[in-house]
Ligand binder design. Structure first.
Ligand SMILES: CC(=O)N[C@H](C=O)[C@@H](O)[C@H](O)[C@H](O)COP(=O)(O)O
Length: 236
């Protein structure tokens, strides 16, 4: 196992904002250059960390910022729901390019014949990088910590079959609150934190730090929010 020498990122991230700089599909920002511009803008605005998807994009972002970068690769489970870094090769590639932390799907869904906690156990043994377990429930979070996850993020609440009903309900602050009370590793609040007030509420709920993406780095989606609000018409 290779040993990744690094300063632990937890103090630098504490109480701060991590901006998720991702772009997909026909987004005009869907390139290493595009997301790197977002990362630079985020750091200028005071972001203490960046979350980044994809090997080429993450490699580029790492050359542009000095704050800790949380790297991940996205794929899909058979039912079409999102899987966050589900292969050992992917974890290794992100760790070797010096991501401070690698985000891994910590849900109980099976990838490479392992569920999230078992996969994290394998990653900690065979790769040895810092792991952020992306989870959707308290039980998943506790199982990932027992498996060796270095921190948790509520990323997947609302995006797994059993939590899909929460998607329309705004950020899952109840999950942040419960995890923060139960585990001894940093808990990051992530997912649908679309306003500064949401971010502050997540800190109040016990989040170590807050991750925001869409509301900062998905301008097409933000535009749609405005357009839909206007289509609802004027109040009677
Ligand atoms: C579910 C999933 O695929 N989440 C992804 C995880 O990396 C990203 O698409 C999100 O943008 C990120 O989690 C930040 O969340 P929000 O964009 O809601 O602020």
């Amino acid at each position: 196992m290779k040993h990744y020498s690094r300063t632990l990122p937890w103090p630098a991230l504490r109480g701060g904002l991590i901006v998720s700089c991702q772009a997909e599909g026909d987004s005009p920002f869907n390139s290493p250059e595009g997301v790197a511009l977002f990362a630079r803008a985020a750091v200028l605005g005071g972001a203490v960390g960046i979350r980044s998807e994809g090997l080429d994009k993450t490699r580029r972002i790492l050359t542009e910022v000095t704050v800790p970068v949380i790297g991940l690769l996205k794929s899909s489970f058979a039912d079409g729901t999102v899987c966050i870094t589900g292969t050992l090769a992917g974890v290794r590639a992100l760790a070797e390019m010096s991501c401070a932390i690698v985000a891994i799907d910590g849900t109980l869904r099976t990838r490479e014949n392992l569920n999230g906690p078992d996969f994290i156990r394998q990653v900690k043994t065979e790769v040895g990088c810092l792991v952020m377990a992306d989870i959707a429930t308290v039980a998943e979070g506790e199982a990932c910590v027992a498996a060796g996850a270095d921190c948790l993020s509520t990323t997947l609440s609302g995006y797994t079959p059993e939590t899909a009903h929460l998607n329309a309900a705004g950020p899952d602050l109840a999950l942040v609150r419960e995890l923060a009370a139960r585990v001894r590793v940093p808990v990051f609040a992530e997912g649908r934190l679309n306003t500064p007030a949401d971010a502050a509420a997540a800190r109040q709920a016990g989040a170590w730090a807050v991750v925001a993406g869409s509301a900062i780095t998905r301008p097409t989606l933000i535009t749609e929010w405005y357009v839909q609000a206007l289509q609802a018409g004027p109040a009677a």
